[in-house]
Design a protein around this ligand. Structure first.
Ligand SMILES: C[S@@+](CC[C@H](N)C(=O)[O-])C[C@H]1O[C@@H](n2cnc3c(N)ncnc32)[C@H](O)[C@@H]1O
Length: 203
């Protein structure tokens, strides 16, 4: 299942209206999202606005700047995190997203289950780059004791349900050793199949 289908199924099932996408690129996910109110954030928004003639509300900002400027009372039903693929950034994107998520809302994080070490680098390899998203995602989930599962599809789609987080929680760090992650992938990610996703989240 592609991330677009997964997100749209969650939107239809929960009657979600408001959507935030961090990292839009050319908008091939953003433009097909079924929510009525959509905001995108990408510092390189020219790719969407100029090259692809995108018409949606995509703001030319980093996710950090976007959240810094965002009124604290603005909340979204569903937030898709697919911006800078580095662990510390993903940790911050999850934390900031939880502060702007509605109570029945959900966060979807792309690239949580890289299949190969070569794609899980701290630099952009300009090929399939899953980066170190998985580290930031697992660390945020453990730090804030989140209700999370990772659908084993499209490089791993992490699902985080709303939780009122304690910002003073001491950060949990995990090893960045690839073999440790790969050997413990199922338990570290709470990995679930597409079938399980449909049974747990869509029924
Ligand atoms: C993998 S692409 C996004 C793909 C898109 N979400 C999709 O589903 O097709 C990652 C995007 O994140 C953007 N990005 C990089 N750093 C960012 C940051 N600090 N905040 C938000 N977006 C960022 C890049 O410019 C790039 O367009």
């Amino acid at each position: 299942m592609h991330r677009l289908d997964l997100i749209n199924k969650l939107i239809l099932k929960n009657n979600y209206k408001t959507y935030l996408e961090i990292g839009v690129s050319d908008g091939h996910t953003f433009d097909k999202i079924l929510a009525t109110n959509k905001i995108g954030v990408d510092p390189d928004c020219d790719v969407y606005k100029i090259s692809w003639n995108g018409k949606g509300d995509v703001r030319c900002l980093t996710s950090d700047s976007f959240f810094e400027e965002l009124d604290k009372d603005i909340k979204f039903d569903i937030i898709f995190i697919d911006g800078l693929h580095l662990s510390d950034q993903v940790f911050r994107d999850i934390k900031n997203s939880l502060l702007h998520l509605n109570e029945n809302g959900i966060i979807v994080v792309h690239d949580c289950s890289p299949s190969q070490k070569e794609n899980a680098t701290t630099y952009n390899n300009y090929g399939i780059w899953n980066g170190t998203v998985y580290i930031g995602y697992i660390e945020a989930s453990l730090t804030y004791k989140l209700d999370y599962s990772t659908v084993n599809t499209d490089f791993g789609c992490g699902l985080i349900r709303y939780k009122n987080i304690d910002l003073n929680s001491e950060k949990v760090n995990i090893s960045d050793d690839w073999n440790y992650f790969n050997d413990n992938r199922e338990s570290l990610l709470n990995l679930i199949s597409v079938n399980e996703f449909e049974n747990i989240y869509l029924k």
